[in-house]
Structures are given as structure tokens and as C-alpha cells.
Design a binder for this molecule. Structure first.
Ligand code: TYD
Length: 197
């Protein structure tokens, strides 16, 4: 059976990162061969992106796009493809839908950014999960963690959530991320068992 690429998307504070880790652990317990990775990565370009996100350096919109594209090439060639080849399913915390939602603006639409990624012939995911949450609630969660990254303000997260709605694939699995972390985990876990069996 072909190994699957499963992408989780959502605005900052939607709970993706801990969810992706827990789901991977639970699936491994059931003997599914699964690994999880995230973008931006921990490689060269990903580390530069992290500096930008922490407001340590500034980058123009175009520089952001170029850097995220380079990082995505590393993500695929170093993390995703070798592990798919070794028969692991991959669960990915953010992919090019993030770029479309976050880097879009009046002069560069989210649809055009999707096309840019398709032109790169990046792998297409088998399944996309989107964690839906009111940006106000998401922001209160990131504030509790004491984080304040580049995109973490209400106007920006509201804009990003609206852009996601325009570009997510038709068969995206929408998840109510305002529920408790246990309920969200159970919902996604059950879906994935069906999809991977
Ligand atoms: P995030 O998943 O929030 O990482 P962490 O939980 O470790 O802070 O992702 C970091 C940020 O990167 C997030 O604000 C969205 C942004 N991002 C983009 O702007 N474009 C992209 O293409 C990707 C993958 C992420």
C-alpha cells in the first residue's frame, strides 16, 4: 500500500503541534509506521525563518516566499521523501497552504502562491486536516504560552484564517479545534485509522 502524506494546517494557537505529536505516538502504539515533521524545518533556511518569526531579522514579503520555498525543498528532500521511501506515513505540521495563507497580500493572492508551489512540483498531500478556531481564542492560547511571534496578532490571524478558506482543497477534513485537546485528538485519531487502514 502506498504511504500517505498527511498535512495539518491551522492558524497559530490552533493546537496543531502538540496534536500532531500525540497522534503520531498513538498511531505508533497501534503499529502504524508513522513519523511527523514540521515546516519551517530545523535546517539552514528554516533557522533563518525562525529568526524572522522571532522579530530578530526583517524580511520583505518576497524574501519570505523565497526562503519558505527553499526550506520546503529541504523538508521534502531530507525529511519527507526518504521516509516515504522507507515506508513511513508522514504527518506534516504545516505545508504550502500555510505559505498561501500567511504570505498572501493585496499584490500576491493566496491562489497565486498555491500555483507557485505547484509549479515547483512539490508532492501533493493525500489528506489535509484543518484545525478551525476563532482567532481570538487562538491568540489567547499563544499569549498564555508567552509567545509573540511575527504573525501573532488578531488582525493578521483573522486575515490568515480567511485566506485558508479560499485555498484549502475541497476534500479537506475540518476539525473543531475549540473542543478539548482530548476530543480533538480522538476525532483526528479515529479518522486517521480509517484513512490508513
Ligand atoms: P508554527 O507551526 O506556529 O510553529 P511554532 O508552533 O513552533 O511557533 O509555525 C511558525 C510560523 O511560520 C507560523 O506563524 C506560520 C509561519 N509560516 C509561514 O508564514 N509560511 C509558511 O510557508 C509556513 C510553513 C509557516
Amino acid at each position: 500500500m502506498k504511504q500517505k502524506l498527511i498535512v495539518f494546517e491551522g492558524i497559530d494557537g490552533s493546537g496543531k503541534t502538540s496534536l500532531v505529536q500525540k497522534i503520531t505516538e498513538e498511531l505508533n502504539k497501534l503499529n502504524f509506521k508513522v513519523k511527523n515533521f514540521f515546516e519551517p524545518t530545523k535546517y539552514e533556511h528554516g533557522l533563518k525563518i525562525r529568526e524572522f518569526l522571532q522579530n530578530k531579522i526583517s524580511l520583505s514579503k518576497n524574501e519570505q516566499i523565497q526562503l519558505f520555498l527553499k526550506d520546503r525543498k529541504d523538508s521534502i528532500s531530507k525529511n519527507i521523501q526518504p521516509n516515504l521511501d522507507s515506508e513511513f506515513h508522514i504527518i506534516l505540521d504545516r505545508y504550502f497552504y500555510s505559505m498561501a495563507a500567511y504570505q498572501s497580500d493585496e499584490s500576491f493572492s493566496s491562489e497565486k502562491i498555491i500555483q507557485l508551489n505547484l509549479d515547483e512540483k512539490f508532492l501533493l498531500p493525500d489528506f489535509v486536516f484543518y484545525l478551525e478556531i476563532d482567532p481570538k481564542i487562538a491568540l489567547s492560547r499563544t499569549a498564555k504560552r508567552g509567545e509573540s511571534e511575527f504573525f501573532e496578532n488578531l488582525d493578521e490571524l483573522t486575515r490568515v484564517a480567511n485566506e485558508y478558506k479560499k485555498i484549502l482543497p475541497k476534500n479537506t477534513i475540518y476539525v473543531d479545534a475549540e473542543k478539548s485537546s482530548e476530543e480533538v485528538l480522538e476525532f483526528c485519531f479515529k479518522k486517521l485509522i480509517l484513512l490508513l487502514s
